[in-house]
Design a protein around this ligand. Structure first.
Ligand code: GDP
Ligand code: MG
Length: 420
């Protein structure tokens, strides 16, 4: 049975396609040693069964995250019969960055242009034939959500030739350096020499651990740092060659999501917008002066908001109000923290009071419970913070900002995701 791996950016629809392909045959495990899901199943269409593996969502094949290392090593070591590279067609340029790296491996590749329903809805057109000519691998339009194009995709995948030699979009840039690096991997009889050679020139740490690699890099690059140059080369190729495949039906009509995308990935505005969003997240989670109501009220010599003590409330009520307010309105994160803290305080007092031996009461209430609650108390705020980040991830914003930051972070040898 042939095995195909699904590879693509986070949020490109990999899991949706995987479910559509494998249905009830799917099972989920873990990749060895890490808590990253490993989904496998069997596609039973068109007479032949094909095993499908859903690899983790990635933006690049650099060795910066466990997901990237898993996907890369799976393709290189487990050698699937082919890769189905899922590309979110509504974010063509960003998604193709990964494609340019996959093409460098010696493995058959087919590109599945997903979310074509969204593309049509926005009135755009993608010239998938032009894309296919440019990339040199089959391109099939699909809609994983509604099952459109899946049969054609799998028919073409099954008909892929068993072998493909890696090619790079970096030709004309670093040819000599690549030649030297390639020769090294070829002499070592390593499969996918081109892929390894490019990664070596990127100072990839997984490559550098190979014996003789450091020496080869020195000979090939003569001390030059090519990592940023290679990333720029990929982006340049994508914006010059591949944007021709994207035809706007009517250039004057920008859809809402186009406009949003334009701002969120804008050359100048993307980073200020990102900073504002991060600031808002931390403000909502950690600020003890929500929306700066307390600060505003002190502007121009104002008195500020009154403290809870000045309300003459009964002790219980004052404690309750103090969860939400004390001279300033607390942010939702701080309110959660205070609520937890108050409940913990009541429990500690009750337990401490119930034990009559003084040293034992101190040990249990102040020592054990106090210690546990001091740590647990931060849990609500951390959970809230993770909630915001998972929303950013699911809406695809993280993918956009990682893309924007990638160019900058590459210069420091990090990927765009490193900011998080
Ligand atoms: P993954 O992160 O790559 O596994 O992506 P998912 O399969 O979880 O899909 C991400 C989001 O895109 C989900 O909300 C899907 O419903 C949606 N999605 C997936 N495929 C399509 C498609 O063909 N069309 C549309 N409109 N949405 C899709
Ligand atoms: Mg998924």
């Amino acid at each position: 049975m042939k095995t195909f791996a699904l590879v693509g950016n986070p949020n490109c629809g990999k899991t949706t396609l995987f479910n559509a392909l494998t249905g009830a045959t799917a099972h989920v495990g873990n990749w060895p040693g890490v808590t990253v899901d490993r989904r496998e199943g069997v596609y039973k269409g068109g007479g032949k069964n094909i095993a499908i593996v859903d690899l983790p969502g990635i933006y690049s094949l650099s060795p910066y995250t466990p997901e990237e290392v898993i996907s890369r090593n799976y393709i290189l070591d487990d050698r699937p019969d082919g890769i189905i590279n899922i590309v979110d067609a509504t974010n063509l340029e960003r998604n193709l960055y990964l494609t340019t790296q996959l093409l460098e491996m010696d493995v058959p590749v087919i590109v599945a242009l997903n979310m074509m329903d969204e593309v049509s809805k926005s009135g755009d057109k993608i010239d998938s034939a032009a894309l296919e000519r440019e990339l040199g691998v089959p391109v099939v339009e699909i809609c994983a959500l509604k099952g459109g194009g899946i049969k054609q995709l799998m028919d073409k995948a099954a008909a892929l030739p068993p072998e493909r030699k890696g090619v790079t979009v970096l030709t004309g840039m670093i040819d000599k350096q690549l030649q030297t690096a390639c020769a090294f991997y070829e002499s070592e009889a390593v499969p996918s020499p081109l892929f390894h050679a490019v990664k070596l020139l990127e100072n990839d740490e997984l490559e550098l651990s190979r014996k003789g690699a450091e020496e080869t890099l020195k000979n090939a690059a003569c001390g030059a740092d090519l990592e940023a140059e290679i990333a720029d080369g990929r982006y340049k190729y994508i914006s010059e060659k591949l944007s021709v495949a994207k035809v706007k039906a009517n250039r004057d009509i920008m859809t809402k999501s186009d406009k949003r995308d334009k701002l969120l990935t804008h050359r100048v505005w993307a980073i200020p917008v990102f900073i504002v969003i991060l600031f808002a997240i931390f403000h909502v989670t950690f600020s003890e002066d929500f929306l700066y109501m307390g600060a505003w009220s002190r502007i121009g010599g104002g008195e500020g908001l009154p403290a809870v003590d000045s309300f003459n409330l009964s002790e219980g009520l004052a404690t309750f109000v103090g969860i939400f307010y004390d001279g300033a309105v607390f942010s939702p994160g701080v309110i959660l923290f205070n609520a937890f803290d108050t409940v913990f305080g009541l429990i500690t007092d009750a337990v401490g009071g119930a034990i009559s031996v003084e040293w034992l009461s101190g040990l249990v209430a102040d020592g054990i419970l106090g210690g546990i609650f001091a740590v647990l108390g931060f849990l609500p705020q951390i959970l809230l913070l993770f909630l915001w980040f998972s929303i950013l991830e699911d809406t695809g914003y993280m993918a956009r900002i990682a893309f924007v930051l990638d160019r900058i972070f590459r210069r420091f040898g990090l990927s765009g995701r490193a900011f998080i």
